[in-house]
Design a protein around this ligand. Sequence first.
Ligand code: HEC
Length: 171
Amino acid sequence: MITKQISILVLSFFAILCTLNSCTKKPAVGIDLQLYLMAKDTVGFVWFRHSDSLLHKSEGSTHSQPLIRTRFNAIAASKLDSNGMIIPGSVFPDGSLIVKEMFDKTRTLKTYTTLYKDPSNEIADNKGWLWGAVGVDGTVEITAYRKGSACIDCHLQPDNIDYMLMNKFYP
Ligand code: HEC
């Protein structure tokens, strides 16, 4: 009898956890899925400052994980200088993809945060960027269909370069 009660308790605990957390996560579809697939493929990317070491996220960031590193696809990398820093005053060309990989404190990759320049896309912002965040498991954390509403206010702070903040916080 007691065992039965305990198992009911345990089951309800997991059911609640499930509703609050991962079971409500939705697999990426549409543009979120495209961004996820593009972000997963690391071929041809250049690391910010040519370094794939993990950085502690800056104080200016509310991004959800403590450790980060950022890479640029070949098109976006055309706006990096010889040190791998963003050239001041740059406007990134169409097709630029910038991926900030986010890691938890055990240094496990959790999330791809992406900025992709595609002005012809109906959910692009006024500079042509699509803003998304998808977990490594392919579930949506912040959908690109929100059109950067959770991101832009912070990314347009002084000294951004075409919305990019890496130079400012990692000079
Ligand atoms: C409260 C401020 C803030 C918000 C909100 C925010 N970011 Fe950021 N973001 C930063 C900072 C600061 C950095 C520099 C790296 C760091 O410290 O994490 C950054 C870096 C990035 C980068 C690396 C490229 C670069 O140079 O900026 C990407 C990509 C990015 N953010 C995407 C997003 C997306 C997508 C969202 C919304 C889902 C978002 N950010 C919301 C502050 C913010």
